[in-house]
Write a protein that binds this ligand. Sequence first.
Ligand SMILES: Nc1nc2c(ncn2[C@@H]2O[C@H](COP(=O)(O)OP(=O)(O)OP(=O)(O)O)[C@@H](O)[C@H]2O)c(=O)[nH]1
Ligand SMILES: [Mg+2]
Length: 470
Amino acid sequence: MTKSGFRPPTSITKLKQHAKKTLHRSFDKHVKLAVTGFSGSGKTAFITALIKQLTTQAERQNLPFFDVVSEGRLVACRTEPQQALVVPTFDYQEAVSCLLQEQPSWPPSTKRINTLTLAFKYTSQRGLKQHLAQTHTLYLELYDYPGEWLMDLPLLKMDYRQWCEQQLALLNKPKYRPYAAEFLQQVNQFDSQAEVNETQLKTLAEQYHQLLHTLQSNTRLSNLQPGRALIPGDLAGAPVLLFFPLPSHPEQGAENSQYKQLEARFEAYKKQVVTPFYKDYFCQFDRQIVLVDLLASLNDGYDTLKEQEHALKHVLGMFAHGKSGFLSRLLSPKIDKVLFAANKCDGVLSEQQSNLTRLLNSMLADSANELRFNGVAVDTMSISSVRSVESRSVQDGKHKLQCIYGKPVGETAFINYAPPIPPDHIPAASHWPEGGFEFLAFEPLVAKQGALSHIRLDHVMQFLIGDKLR
Ligand SMILES: Nc1nc2c(ncn2[C@@H]2O[C@H](COP(=O)(O)OP(=O)(O)OP(=O)(O)O)[C@@H](O)[C@H]2O)c(=O)[nH]1
Ligand SMILES: [Mg+2]
């Protein structure tokens, strides 16, 4: 068993699977989609909705912008029996049943990595392809994982000193300092040159992990590292997790000093935990969707929105992007299409959803420019995998007020709510609205006749895989 809780594939099975996938991929029959998003960004709901829409709701009226459906060429789509036998299967039935209950709820947050492959059987209208076979099959490989673990990827490009500087700068920001004050005081008094004292290291590491938990429950900060401190898998309590940031960095330290011990644990975490996760599951992607929950960050305030912007850029830098041709798909696949999605856009009025698209665009403009320069196709959309509200207009005296209608998470009654207008760029801290933003989160809408509704999932599918299904 690995530290993350499952047995690694034997090299023979791995090689066989890899060879098959590579062959399929080079002939455009296999697409590995990176569903990228921090904790709570909506990855599990997105994967569940995607499967539900494609397997039971793939009709023209429901997915009008997904060409293979609107042109009547999708014969059928189904989930495939598990290929990667050593990775748990994404529990679609459990997730979708939450959404389809009489009183629907969201699927639970993810605690381990899991995977699922969708197979599309379709007909082609294109030249040679239509004469080669009556139907063709495309496999879409998906992974779901705890969003917290995504934040570990940027560690691979840092040493212990750089990580400490970055973490302490974050903890010292006015928004987060009140939570961190006690820990910061402890590390400032910590003698990092003293001889290793296991108990002291453990106590401080636990205090740091507790701080990460507190920040996660009281703010919407995504930049919380190490991710396994929040969702340990079966690493709970393992010494490799027991490190924390220090404020001073000796040029030369004794080999058995506390400092050296912490540095060694940080490096071991990168090598033994993050690298295998990255190599086994987080490379060789062909397409990418980046799900971003802007509303939660807007609610939390300026610092969190700025941190989200930084964290997204860091994480994006960990994926291999570039133009992809037949040979490169065979030898070293690269992501050649990236979709930035402002998720949960149903939390604002429909006419204001374009503000979210523009906000996300402005936050990721540098990254998008760099990607385009490297031949990658990039688009930005506001989407909602599963609708949670209806649009309503409510008479308010002489005026009609545009509202959304739904059941806020954790409440029992449905309400009409006039959400704030989201900004279309990050406002300067000095121009942040005085009372902040208050976007509400709603339970999913009751599925009518077993059907889930969505916003622009068909656009998402067309952008991400439409060209592979022609
Ligand atoms: N309105 C709306 N809310 C959504 C949607 N998708 C997710 N949410 C909300 O976001 C929460 C988190 O969604 P998840 O799908 O669990 O997010 P995740 O990225 O898988 O999170 P982790 O498993 O913790 O990494 C849900 O409980 C819902 O409250 C959506 O399409 N529309
Ligand atoms: Mg999840």
